[in-house]
Each structure stands twice: as C-alpha cells, then as structure tokens.
Design a protein around this ligand. Structure first.
Ligand SMILES: [Zn+2]
Length: 91
C-alpha cells in the first residue's frame, strides 16, 4: 500500500493521509489554474500549486515527448516547467 504524508488539518486538527485525498483543479477567469484538495473531514481547502496556460501546455508536451521516447527533450522541458512553476508560485 502506498503511504502518503500525514497532514494535520489546520482547521479541524484531524490527521489524514495526503495520498488519500484527490487533487482537484479549478480554472480562474485570469487563466490561472489552481490545484487544490479538501480536508476529508471538514472540507477545508488547501491550495497545492498554481498553473498557467503555459505550464499546462508544457506538461502536455512533456508527456508526449516521454511517450515518443524523446527523453532529452522531456528532460529540458521539465527544467523549464519547474522554473515557470517556481516563478508562478513564488518559490
Ligand atoms: Zn479539516
């Protein structure tokens, strides 16, 4: 069985397994997609990260490159994707 990270909900204080919650996505009017999950007990929302139209597109291109065996291309695009996500999420 896959073990996730135990998370203590900041709102209700109950622990839950991060792998037991399903990630959801919501697109905002400004084109930014929020990836989030809800506490299984009290439904408090936690934002995981933000995606832009560009990072969503990069993810698709990386998947395609992986599937067609273009590992070097996929590796370079992954670095670019990480950079863009870091910028977007202020890391
Ligand atoms: Zn909770």
């Amino acid at each position: 069985m896959k073990e996730g990270i135990k998370v203590n909900c900041g709102a209700c204080g109950r622990p839950f397994d991060s792998y037991a919650v399903k990630l959801k996505e919501r697109k905002k009017p400004d084109g930014i997609t929020e990836v989030y999950y809800l506490c299984p007990f009290c439904r408090k929302e936690y934002i995981v990260c933000l995606h832009s139209a560009e990072t969503k597109r990069l993810q698709k291109v990386i998947t395609l490159a992986d599937r067609s065996g273009q590992t070097e291309k996929a590796r370079k695009l992954r670095l670019l994707l990480k950079k863009r996500l870091d910028e977007l999420n202020n890391k």
